[in-house]
Design a protein around this ligand. Structure first.
Ligand SMILES: Cc1cc2nc3c(=O)[nH]c(=O)nc-3n(C[C@H](O)[C@H](O)[C@H](O)COP(=O)(O)OP(=O)(O)OC[C@H]3O[C@@H](n4cnc5c(N)ncnc54)[C@H](O)[C@@H]3O)c2cc1C
Length: 394
């Protein structure tokens, strides 16, 4: 399917995104320099309807990131790239929100969806906290004889807890031994449990991805989502990395735009070496754009086409392989492109607090996502696990 058939610049959603992009971009330098959090930005997303848009249509949202039709998938893809162009920290928080709502839509019970999704429609911001702190998160089931109810008591911390102080609730992962990784939706608004000082990094400062201490927090048994092991089910676990790649791609596109503008302003755009360097960056950007767009469609439509309970294993394997390869190519593209942009502009690309310096700083750290070596290894294994004739690129 051609992109323009599914989503065009005349689409009212896309038009409103471009306005929002400009407003977010205009604040990004100050947010970074002053060490602010993203409360204003999240209010902007809320009033633009982007937080509630992630809720499935059946529950009153637009299904951004969780519906299977091409229009919804490409709208989610465009939205994440737009946020990446505007400011990567906002894109990070929004990607986590989209992922959290999707996990509830996929694995939550009807009762949980009916209870929780209206909270997102009302403006709540969610996230997914998977990375553990010094003590990995665990949960002990306790019974209250008097009320004849059961609840869990949590132990340990979550690190890399993006949106610390801003999220209303997070989906946390905890290990249940041989049963696998379990999920629970937990309130994370207790200030005394939030350690923002643990987030000491050069970029992505505004995500405040510090540590949240869950020691002693009690959650109802009904806060658990799905069954242990659901979290890592494909094609949505590794397959879902297209979402952060879309954000990375948006930032890379912004770097090329800034680079082009400065070359023209400096009167150096006609220099053949400068021009070929810029053209190579544009080629990388366009190639990875096409790849990621296809990956998003392949991952998100592979179940929808056959119904949730009738997954073709080969389609799923192929979708996950493509997502992992897409991640590898996004990283290669972004690293090469930042390097060339710096060569092209010289020292000015390194001036502290310039837009170019800030975006490269943010992108360099946001590219460091979990287990990149393992992901490429997995891509190789998935390639070999498919019959050769299924891997032909028609
Ligand atoms: C801005 C930002 C926001 C984030 N927000 C969240 C969030 O909200 N929720 C969340 O759950 N996580 C979040 N994360 C964490 C993210 O998902 C990763 O867990 C984290 O970025 C990995 O960091 P690292 O590069 O130090 O990892 P490492 O795992 O230490 O990887 C570093 C290198 O070591 C390799 N490696 C990894 N394991 C091994 C091994 N066993 N043996 C040998 N080599 C190995 C890797 O392939 C890589 O090359 C965030 C990260 C960033 C940067």
């Amino acid at each position: 399917m051609r992109y323009s058939e599914a989503l065009s610049l005349n689409d009212s959603h896309v038009a409103s995104l471009l306005e929002l992009e400009q407003s977010l971009y205009a604040r990004a330098a100050d947010v970074d320099a002053l060490g602010l959090d993203l409360d204003v930005e999240m209010a902007m997303l809320r009033s633009a309807g982007l937080l509630s848009a992630c809720v499935p249509r059946e529950y009153g949202g637009q299904g951004l990131g969780c519906e299977h039709d091409a229009h919804s998938v490409l709208t989610a893809f465009a939205t994440l790239r737009m946020l990446g162009r505007a400011t990567l920290s906002v894109a990070r928080l929004y990607e986590g929100h989209m992922n959290a709502v999707k996990l509830v839509a996929l694995y939550g019970s009807q009762a949980q969806k009916a209870q929780w999704l209206p909270l997102v429609l009302a403006g709540q911001l969610w996230g997914v906290w998977g990375a553990d702190g010094a003590t990995p998160l665990s949960a002990t089931l306790m019974s209250d004889d008097a009320s004849k109810t059961r609840h869990y008591v949590l132990h340990g911390q979550k690190a890399f807890a993006s949106g610390l102080g801003l999220l209303d609730q997070a989906i946390v992962t905890f290990n249940r031994g041989a049963q696998g990784v379990a999920l629970a939706l937990v309130s994370v608004s207790e200030k005394r449990r939030q350690d923002k000082s643990a987030w000491r990094v050069s970029g992505m400062k505004a995500t405040w991805s510090g540590v949240y201490d869950f020691e002693g927090v009690q959650i109802e048994e009904s806060a658990l989502i799905g069954s242990p092991g659901d979290y890592v089910k494909e094609p949505y676990f590794e397959g879902g990395i297209w979402r952060y790649c879309a954000a990375h791609h948006g930032a890379a596109e912004q770097i090329v735009r800034l680079w082009r503008t400065r070359l023209v302003q400096k009167g150096r755009a006609e220099d053949p070496i400068q021009l070929t360097r810029l053209a190579r960056a544009r080629a990388r950007l366009v190639a990875v754009y096409s790849l990621l767009r296809d990956v998003s469609l392949q991952v998100e439509t592979c179940r929808g086409l056959q119904g949730q309970n009738n997954v073709n294993e080969d389609d799923q394997r192929a979708a996950v392989e493509m997502a992992l390869l897409g991640r590898e190519m996004t990283e290669e593209m972004a690293v090469a492109l930042m390097n060339d942009a710096r060569k092209a502009l010289g020292v000015e690309a390194h001036l502290p607090q310039s837009d170019m310096e800030r975006i490269c700083r943010d992108l360099s750290i946001y590219l460091r996502q979990a287990g990149p070596d393992g992901k490429l290894l997995n891509a190789g294994r998935l390639y070999l696990a498919q019959a050769e004739d299924r891997t032909r690129l028609w």
